[in-house]
Design a protein around this ligand. Structure first.
Ligand code: HEM
Length: 511
């Protein structure tokens, strides 16, 4: 009997110790959890909550409708939009000019990206791997932009290779999934500029930058579906987040032989001009051999370049095929400009002469912007705006770019697709006003590339890249929508308006 009691007491004590231990561990886990940022909700500012809208509904236009309806309802005022990704204060454009030049300690794009892209888990910003974003920015803003002119031949050669190798002879009409063909072409062209000819056609490198582009966006979506307290552990089983880590490791392996060789060439003054060289030159001495930071930069810049450029080019081609009356005049313009070149490719200075193409591209972007919101920032210190409105520390704000681009008060006939709209606005003006790369907040301006010092620095490059790709396709191929089909419906998601990426079109070599 005593033995039984003793056994029971020992078992009871063991069980109690286990329960107490488990509770202590759980409390310790919750205390140790990294605190995720939650945007404050502003008092007395209307709040529209679409965070509970089911995924399918949002993708069918819930976000787009919520923005259009409420921007109209609260015209000229602030209002707040709560989505699954957090709460954002939607600002009328009259506040942009006073906000866009505020220093990073007041408003930050990097901090917004950190929260919005869950970079603690996805590693999609340089800061998330302890790397200063200034180096990547310097490479894109200065080195890439400065070198576009000298890289036009390479951009053309790679475009030619990309389409010849993926389309083959193509003498008869052939069905292609436009988005897939363009992704590979854009990856090859960007890769040529970012990594050079010794790497960009290497199947491992090419696959790695393409895979990363897709997995990065899926990882943000996948991790956002877990409650904040589960994310620190969920990151280890969410396949897309694991995919990001795999791609980073693979890119490190690919660069393992390239970086030491590049350091040698740099020391001998013989290094080729591309992102690998620029980034090595830009980082401090202790990071020059750091494969992780170089691999990360290659992948992050490639993602910005491949995803957005492919989506935008797909939109433009769908618009051209839906309005074939524009194709002839644009094709004639390209032939005319090319006829004044010494070689068979367009140079940077010729690009400015493609005014019809430029106008068509901008109109396509006006009607199908990739982002419904732009100029997104996180407030780092309380800010008082000119009319006394206070944006408290921690809140995020954005400007409704799509609403502005479709606002009858700004455009008169916003629903009408007019490929020559910006051509007419430009008139004989030879300046940059109303060109594809221009950003602005006045009447007939677009802010699809953001605005101010953080406006997309990649747009100078992509402007040339897209024009080379479109010129090549228009001069060498005929394209049309499948019989009886009209422009494929867009896919609206939390990130913006994407084209029906895998829709097929018909293509054949021009006779
Ligand atoms: C269709 C293509 C693209 C679109 C629509 C686009 C759009 C944008 C937008 C809206 C921003 C934020 C600007 C702001 O909030 O003021 C941005 C920033 C940025 N983009 Fe792009 N982008 C595109 C392609 C590219 C490419 C090809 C590159 C690189 C080669 C690139 C690199 C960047 C970088 C580095 C930033 C951050 C700038 C900063 O922090 O100051 N983008 N882009």
């Amino acid at each position: 009997m005593l033995d039984d009691l003793n056994t029971y007491a020992v078992q009871h004590q063991t069980l109690s110790a286990l329960v107490v231990g488990a509770v202590v561990l759980m409390v310790a886990y919750f205390l140790a959890l990294p605190r995720e940022h939650v945007s404050p909700i502003l008092a007395n500012v209307p709040l529209v909550d679409i965070s509970e809208v089911k995924k399918g509904q949002v993708e069918l236009g819930g976000l787009q409708d919520a923005l259009s309806m409420n921007c109209e309802k609260y015209r000229g005022q602030l209002w707040q939009l709560k989505t699954r990704h957090g709460t954002v204060v939607v600002l009328p454009e009259r506040f942009i000019s006073e906000l866009c030049y505020l220093p990073e300690e007041f408003v930050s794009l990097e901090a917004k990206n950190t929260d919005r892209f869950f970079t603690r888990y996805t590693r999609l910003t340089p800061t998330s791997i302890g790397h200063d974003p200034a180096h990547l920015l310097h490479c894109v803003k200065h080195d890439l932009t400065r070198n576009i002119g000298s890289m036009m031949k390479e951009i053309f050669e790679e475009t030619e290779y990309a389409f010849n190798s993926s389309l083959g002879e193509c003498n008869d009409w052939k069905e292609i999934a436009l988005g897939n063909v363009l992704t590979r072409a854009v990856a090859l062209v960007s890769g040529r500029v970012f990594a050079g000819p010794e790497l960009n056609r290497n199947p491992d490198y090419l696959q790695s930058i393409i895979d990363f582009t897709f997995v990065a966006f899926k990882a943000i979506e996948a991790i956002s579906r877990y409650p904040a307290w589960q994310r620190p552990v969920a990151q280890y089983w969410v396949e897309e987040v694991r995919g990001i880590k795999r791609s980073l490791n693979q890119m490190e392996k690919i660069l393992a032989s390239i970086v030491p060789e590049r350091l040698r060439l740099i020391s001998e003054g013989k290094a080729p001009s591309n992102l690998t060289t620029w980034h090595i030159n830009s980082v401090p001495a202790e990071k020059k051999k750091d494969l992780t930071v170089h691999a990360h930069t290659q992948l992050v810049v490639s993602t910005a370049a491949i995803h957005n450029t492919t989506m935008l080019t797909t939109h433009i081609i769908f618009d051209l095929l839906a309005r074939p009356e524009y194709i002839g005049p644009i094709r004639d313009e390209i032939s005319e400009v090319l006829s004044h070149e010494n070689d068979n490719y367009l140079t940077k200075s010729s690009m400015t002469k493609l005014r019809k193409l430029d106008s068509f591209m901008k109109e396509s972007q006006r009607i199908h912007p990739l982002g419904l919101l732009t100029f997104e920032r996180k407030v780092m210190k309380d800010i008082t705006l000119h009319d006394g409105t206070v944006l408290p520390k921690g809140c995020c704000f954005a400007v409704p770019a799509y609403f502005m681009a479709m606002d009858p008060e700004r455009w008169g006939n916003p629903q009408e697709f007019d490929g020559n709209r910006f051509l007419k606005l430009r008139g004989d003006n030879s300046g940059g006003k109303y060109t594809f790369i221009e950003t602005g907040i006045g009447q007939n301006d677009l802010i699809a590339f953001g605005h101010g010092p953080h406006a997309c620095p990649g747009r100078f490059f992509l402007n040339n890249e897209i024009k080379v790709i479109l010129s090549y396709l228009l001069l060498n191929y005929e394209m049309k929508l499948l019989d009886g089909e009209s422009r494929p419906e867009n896919l609206v998601s939390a990130d913006g308006i994407g084209p029906a990426y895998s829709k097929k079109i018909l293509i054949r070599r021009r006779r």
